[in-house]
Structure formats: structure tokens, C-alpha cells
Design a protein around this ligand. Structure first.
Ligand code: GRF
Length: 187
């Protein structure tokens, strides 16, 4: 059995989608979801789904080994950032080589980097006039959105699209591909 841990700061719709994908598959278990926001909707979802949800603060992440030690104790086969906005500490990246992955809601290297998240990404795509966008699943290194790309999927963008419709298209790709790629990486 493979164990995964997810880190999420926001709504957690990807966390829920991943949880539902693996709920009847005995080979993969979500052992915990860690969130840096006490009021994040993702923690409510964890409650509903019967998954361990844990809140941690900045100190536990950057100034002490609290989160690092929790992760070490959980011995995850994969650490998955699913809408997690804080930069991963270097020590953590070194401790889990090739075991931390992220999903970004655009086709990296476009529209990545610090401050590029959520609707800001979709707005930039819309403003650019690009005719496509998509998702990028990649390994996490010490720079935002720069690790080796594992998988990309594309969707068309037209002049009719709004930030909201782009977000919907991108979310649909995330729901379709993220669980499958996780499953492949664990196989
Ligand atoms: C997703 O669009 C993901 O690509 C990005 O953050 C968003 C998280 O959405 N990294 P949700 O919290 O899973 O609904």
C-alpha cells in the first residue's frame, strides 16, 4: 500500500477529487492533509470525507522541524501540493527527493512564479490573448514552479472566455489528470 500526504491552503476541490478517486482503491491511502490555514475549506472537506486534516502555522513550517517531523513520521511515498501557496523549505525538499509534486493551473514555464496563483494566472492568460492554457504537474524544487515537468494537458482559450470560464476549463483538466498521474507515479 502506498501512502500519500497532501498540502493545501484553499478550497480543496482537488483534494476531494483525489480522495474520491482513491477511496475504493486499496493500493493508495491518503494518510493526512496538512493546511497552513485554520479556516481553509479543505479542512471541512477532510472532516466530511473522514480524512485526517491538520493545521500548522508558519513557525511550525519554517522555524522549527514540527511539520518536517510529522512528514517523516508519516513516511509518505508522495507529498502532493494541491493548491498550496507557501514555498517549500529547502530542508524538506532535500528530505524527500523526487517525492514532492505540485499542480499549477497553466502551461509552465508560462504564468508561473511567486504571486502567480488562482485567478491571477487565468487573468494573465486572458490578457495575453493566448489561444490555449492548461495544467502542469511537476516536481517541486527550491524555486516556485520550476521543477521538472511530469505532465501537461491543454485546453483551448477563445476571446469569448472569461477568467471564470478559463478557471472552469483548467479545473476540469485538473480533476481528470491529477489523480491518474499520482497513480502512475506510485505504480
Ligand atoms: C488549483 O487550480 C491548482 O492548480 C492550484 O490551486 C488550485 C487549487 O484549487 N495550484 P482547489 O483548492 O483544489 O479547489
Amino acid at each position: 500500500m502506498k501512502k500519500i500526504v497532501l498540502l493545501a491552503s484553499g478550497s480543496g476541490s482537488n483534494v476531494e477529487n483525489i480522495a474520491r478517486y482513491f477511496q475504493d482503491k486499496e493500493q493508495v491511502k491518503i494518510t493526512a492533509v496538512l493546511s497552513n490555514r485554520r479556516d481553509a475549506k479543505v479542512l471541512d472537506r477532510c472532516n466530511r470525507l473522514g480524512i485526517n486534516g491538520l493545521y500548522f502555522n508558519r513557525n511550525s513550517f519554517y522555524k522549527s522541524d514540527v511539520v518536517q517531523d510529522i512528514l517523516m513520521a508519516l513516511k509518505p511515498d508522495l507529498i502532493i501540493l494541491a493548491g498550496f501557496l507557501w514555498k517549500m523549505p529547502e530542508k524538506m525538499i532535500r528530505s524527500f527527493p523526487d517525492k514532492i509534486i505540485n499542480i499549477h493551473p497553466a502551461l509552465l514555464p508560462k504564468y508561473g512564479g511567486k504571486g502567480m496563483y488562482g485567478d491571477k494566472v487565468h487573468q494573465a492568460v486572458r490578457d495575453s490573448g493566448d489561444l490555449e492554457t492548461g495544467i502542469t504537474i511537476h516536481y517541486v524544487n527550491e524555486n516556485y514552479d520550476e521543477g521538472t515537468i511530469i505532465h501537461q494537458a491543454k485546453t483551448a482559450v477563445s476571446t469569448e472566455d472569461t477568467v471564470e470560464t478559463i478557471a472552469q476549463k483548467v479545473h476540469a483538466l485538473e480533476y481528470e489528470y491529477f489523480p491518474k498521474i499520482i497513480e502512475q507515479l506510485l505504480a
